[in-house]
Design a protein around this ligand. Structure first.
Ligand code: TRP
Length: 338
């Protein structure tokens, strides 16, 4: 593949908290691979996080560096990937403004992810306009870089659909092919449950193992993990389905035949939770040890982390600025061009 037609990837995370194993399985490990094959932009979505964190802006801004530390700790290489801060690229806000004219309020209200989030947060009709329109801001994030591929979870598919509608609308109404349609890249990894067995691992639900966890925090989380409540004695047959320890072993133990053996033994009876948990604890400790070490190293050097973010943001502004020039020309907003 030549450099010219290397795919352009845009992806990112809201900066509402540090990242956890769910992020690692769902997106971070893939991004570490993708940075070798594509031009990758990683967006620290502080502006988007503000859309439903009014009054909690400090939490949002504090977590920008936390998420950046997580990226660096898992092996995102700032020489290969561009890590940047959304709020510091004004071109994204500018593009959002133009795209907002190409979508109706009715269409915004039909976005299934937005609908679900409105319900979840109890907004009803008192939804902040910035929240209702964040899919348009997200479309600006993607199209400002002419991203061709956007790795996402399935909850983000409606965003990609809406982005491509906006691209077609823009190109049609300006009669120029300025913006580029993108493709969602779905993760193959199944969603990691929380340690309590809830469907989703989430820091705010208190069921997460964050990437910077200390060894004893990992051990405690594994100890507390939901298994089979009916598996009381070692000799009892146990259930593997919905048993978080086995779900995690499926995700993190490379020796699948070993996991299969353990499952068979557990189902039959005669295998205690503590044995399986010990194996999982070993795996998670081995996985997170180098990540935690690298994270601590960068934590000691916040000036370097900020320098990385500054350089990434400058690079991002350059790329977005080039697209914005084309966008504004297409709209006739190039008054001062020679
Ligand atoms: N919506 C994403 C999240 O919930 C963050 C995000 C903002 C994003 N802009 C994006 C993801 C553009 C992919 C592409 O974390």
């Amino acid at each position: 593949m030549t450099l010219a037609n290397r795919p352009i990837i845009l992806t990112g995370d809201r900066t509402t908290g540090p990242l956890h194993l769910g992020h690692y399985v769902g997106s971070l490990s893939a991004r570490v691979q993708l940075q070798h094959e594509a031009q990758q932009f990683l967006l620290l979505a502080d502006t988007q996080a503000l859309t439903d964190n009014v009054g909690r802006h400090q939490r949002v801004t504090e977590n920008v560096v936390e998420v950046a530390l997580d990226y660096l700790a898992v092996g995102i290489d700032p020489a290969k990937s561009t890590i940047f801060i959304q709020s510091q690229v004004p071109e994204l806000a500018e593009l959002s403004q133009y795209l907002l004219n190409l979508v109706t309020v009715a269409r915004l209200e039909r976005n299934p992810t937005i609908k679900a989030e409105i319900r979840l947060r109890g907004f009803e009709r008192d939804i902040p306009a910035g929240f209702l329109t964040y899919p348009v801001s997200q479309a600006a994030d993607i199209t400002a870089f002419k991203a061709t591929h956007v790795p996402v979870g399935d909850d983000q598919l409606p965003m990609i659909e809406q982005t491509n509608e906006l691209v077609r609308r823009f190109n049609l109404t300006t009669d120029r092919q300025v913006l580029v349609e993108c493709e969602a890249v779905l993760s193959h990894a199944p969603r990691l449950p929380g340690i309590d067995g809830k469907a989703k691992m989430s820091k705010s639900l208190g069921n997460a193992i964050t990437l910077g966890s200390a060894p004893d925090e990992i051990t405690r989380a594994v100890h507390d993990m939901y298994t089979d409540p009916k598996h009381l004695r070692v000799s009892d047959p146990g259930q593997v389905e919905g048993n978080v320890v086995f779900t995690f072993l499926d995700a993190f133990e490379p020796d699948t035949s070993r996991v299969d053996e353990l499952k068979a033994q557990y189902r039959q009876g005669g295998l205690g939770d503590s044995v399986v948990k010990r194996l999982l604890n070993e795996r998670l400790q081995a996985l997170l040890e180098p990540i935690r070490t690298r994270r601590r190293e960068f934590e000691q050097d916040r000036a370097e982390v900020l320098a990385i973010l500054r350089r990434g943001t400058m690079r991002a502004r350059e790329a977005a600025g080039a697209t914005l020039s084309e966008v504004k020309s297409a709209l006739g907003l190039n008054y001062f061009d020679a």
